[in-house]
Design a protein around this ligand. Structure first.
Ligand code: SF4
Ligand code: SF4
Length: 156
């Protein structure tokens, strides 16, 4: 299957040689493993700050490909979608999935061996069972008050 994320023409294992803050836009985008977990709605406890993950996905997430269906123009539909970058990583770490490539590198950890950058295959994240492929429900289908019924553990 062709990779919906452009990962060609990049230096071999660039993520091991460059800090996130020095990556080009193409390198930054190529780091995304396509798991879809950052596009799930979360529930945050106001008192404790704890974050619970739900399987209720953003309206733009395609639950089969785990891709944003309108990525380049997504803010027209979902203005609150966060544009992650080195400057706001620290503020967002608390809710980011544990296997997220950006979080791993920020924490000085290596990428998992199933990462498409390592396997050369965009399907490897799904085969490893760590993506949300086939596991989501759309936020169109679940009332906000019922998100609690859809809390899940992050597949890792
Ligand atoms: S959690 Fe990280 S690696 Fe997974 S889709 Fe989101 S940005 Fe990409
Ligand atoms: S707008 Fe797209 S990238 Fe942003 S949370 Fe929704 S599906 Fe994910």
């Amino acid at each position: 299957m062709s990779d919906p994320i452009a990962r060609t023409g990049l230096a071999p294992r660039f993520w091991e040689r460059k800090p996130l803050s020095r990556m080009s836009d193409a390198e930054w985008e190529a780091l995304c493993d396509g798991c879809g977990k950052c596009c799930l709605n979360k529930l945050e406890d106001e008192d404790t700050g704890d974050v619970a993950l739900t399987r209720v996905a953003c309206r733009l997430l395609d639950g089969e490909t785990c891709r944003c269906s309108q990525y380049p123009i997504r803010h027209q539909f979902v203005p609150e979608c966060i544009v992650l970058g080195p400057r706001n990583m620290e503020d967002n770490l608390y809710w980011m999935p544990e296997t997220c490539a950006y979080k791993l590198l920020w924490q000085g950890k290596p990428l998992y061996k199933w990462h498409p950058l390592i396997t050369g295959d965009p399907e490897s994240v799904h085969r490893a069972g760590v993506s949300m492929q086939g596991r989501t429900v759309s936020e169109f289908e679940v009332d906000d008050d019922d998100w609690e019924d859809h809390i899940i553990e992050e597949p890792t």
